[in-house]
Design a protein around this ligand. Structure first.
Ligand code: GSH
Length: 222
């Protein structure tokens, strides 16, 4: 059975992507959760991978780091599951959206770190962040307008798991979001994987991660 090495569910957006995907596709795995505030976080993660980052997927002696590589490994290992859309063109577009997420949107990712169940009412997006959101929205709306189902490419795929933690920031920082994207996100929130993650976050003990890692949020905390 696979083991997924991950960090706090409240904060670890990259862990969330793989976890949602595996749960949504009923791929069995064990979890090894290493809290960000553990004094030995880096050394425990580096026991598995010198990247010192999570998530990591362990498949017997093989250790796979980096979310996109993990998604590709799962897709290859479970060819019977439509982790990527079965249609070649949709698959290309889904990969393209995930790559954009992976390499881009640095303002939103850095200025609004994932705080899954928190709300910052006093956060004001900068002009540059507003531009980034506008660019994301136009790309995302184009994909949604071509979808023939509830999700980005019809059926749930890796692309939906990829964007879920990103969209959670719009709730946490009360950022403006197009109604059509909101309607799509409402459907993602209804999935069993998302609801299970939400429940796990609710049960997760608070720690010092928020204040120690995210001092940039000092001004917007209530
Ligand atoms: N490109 C990596 C990014 C992974 C990443 O940044 N993980 C964060 C947690 S969400 C982490 O491990 N941070 C710990 C650190 O940077 O020390 C991926 O796609 O998996």
């Amino acid at each position: 059975m696979y083991t997924l090495v991950l960090a706090n569910k409240r904060y670890s957006s990259w862990s969330m992507r793989v976890w949602l995907l595996m749960k949504e596709f009923d791929i069995p795995f064990k979890e090894e959760l290493i809290r960000f505030d553990s004094p030995d976080f880096a050394s425990r993660v580096s026991d598995y991978s010198l990247t010192k980052k999570v998530p990591l997927l362990l498949d017997e002696s093989l250790v796979i780091s980096d979310t996109l590589a993990i998604v590709e490994y799962l897709a290859e290992s479970h060819a019977e599951l439509a982790i990527w859309p079965t249609d070649k063109q949709k698959r290309a577009k889904a990969r393209s959206l995930c790559a954009q997420m992976h390499a881009g949107y640095s303002l939103l990712r850095n200025e609004c770190p994932m705080q899954f169940d928190k709300v910052y009412k006093r956060f004001t997006p900068s002009e540059l962040l507003r531009k980034e959101i506008a660019s994301f929205s136009s790309i995302f709306l184009e994909a949604l307008s071509q979808s023939d189902g509830d999700f980005l490419f019809g059926e749930y795929s890796a692309a939906d798991a990829y964007y879920a933690p990103f969209l959670s920031r719009f709730d946490s920082y009360l950022l403006p979001l197009d109604d059509r994207i909101n309607a799509y996100y409402a459907k993602v929130k209804m999935t069993k994987s998302y609801q299970n993650w939400q429940q796990d976050v609710a049960n997760e003990k608070e720690d010092n991660t928020e204040s120690s890692l995210y001092s940039s949020l000092d001004d917007v905390r209530d």
